[in-house]
Design a binder for this molecule. Sequence first.
Ligand code: MLT
Length: 389
Amino acid sequence: MYKVKTLNKIAAIGTKRFDKTRYEVSNTAENPDAILVRSANMLDMDMPHELKAIARAGAGVNNIPVELCSQKGIVVFNTPGANANAVKELAIAALLMSSRKIVAGVQWAAGLSHNIDVAKEVENGKKDFVGPELYGKKLGVFGLGAIGAMVANTATELGMDVYGYDPYITIDNAWMLYRNVKRATDPKTIYEHCDYICLHVPSTPETKGFINTKAFDMMKPGMRVINLSRGDLVNNEDMAAALESGKVASYLTDFPSADVLKMKNVIAIPHLGASTPESEDNCAVMAVDELIDFLENGNIKNSVNFPDVQNPKGGDESICVIHKNVPNVLAQISAAISSESLNIENLSSRSKKDYAYSVCEIAGHCPDSLIEKLTAVEGVIRVNVIRNR
Ligand code: MLT
């Protein structure tokens, strides 16, 4: 029986996919084999001893201590693309809200007294809520992953002139982009040309605070900044100054903080980017499928810390070895298996940066002595054995 712990509410359409005869799923599971999480903060959590995998129902993994998980041989999955349409739709709404003073206008209208001639008051007051159209304006999209690429394409359909910047764009996402999305080869091109920027990059040590005074200095005055990615991509102190000076006309963020709420011309949304029933369902299904495929087949797809590996599942048992990406580990794994007179029917092995994942499908049964030998190999982090037949 596999134990799966849910740290947040995960849509039932996903959790129902766990076969009840093989999985116990609860929010109280002790020492689980796998964790399903949405936004719960796992950064200071002690990792349970049996924990083999964490699946985040969402794209960002900044609530998970990914490097620590790698060191412990815990595979961290996310669900790229599963909530992309939801975030894209909010991004389009955000572009409109940051332009047309919709939020300020709605708040003003809601405060009008019922005793006055409201229609007359509205016609008098609306002059304060004039804002520009998107059509013909320039938009710079940082990050052309599943979400950024959709935002860029849809913005062109609204008549915007779109620039995209992503030094790590995948071939698939590059194929997705409409031909009229212009390629910016550096952020400066976006800052100098664009009227709006949308951030769709993950929060990493490299991207933290990259929207800062240096960036604002290069921007056209009156820039509108949309951040539906993560709050810490923007240096808040620098943003406050840019909003004060008018360099930035409006900052719309899905990540309010005490600092942000004090700033002028801020529109703060309570992290609603992926909050649609459709996206919650898509993320739950993808996250659950990733866990099942890993626990039952040893396959990895959409992990942020280990490589994709798909196994033919040809042997009686799969010996799944998580190890460091260093010389001689594979040779020692193979030698240990041969020393038990077991034949490797299929071998899949791939690396990702400092870590690697090798699956040996063997004919026969993996004895405890072999697990001990494998675990003792220098560079091996964890050994999981899956019975296939
Ligand atoms: C994401 O990282 O994809 C979103 O933050 C998901 C969410 O809202 O939970």
